[in-house]
Design a protein around this ligand. Structure first.
Ligand SMILES: [Zn+2]
Length: 53
């Protein structure tokens, strides 16, 4: 279920917009390959922790 956001296609984004809203809420990690953000590193291909608090 924890499919990397980096692999999402346009169709996935359109269909999964509610799931996406949850995944990107209060992001704690970013992907250093594609600059996506997520609250858990499992959603990103090259996750790095955001330097927040
Ligand atoms: Zn990525």
């Amino acid at each position: 279920m924890a499919r990397s956001l980096c692999k999402w296609k346009k169709k996935d984004i359109e269909k999964g917009v509610h799931e996406l809203a949850h995944i990107v809420d209060k992001p704690r990690f970013i992907c250093k390959d594609c600059a996506r953000a997520a609250h858990a590193k499992g959603f990103l291909c090259k996750a790095v922790k955001l330097p927040l608090n």
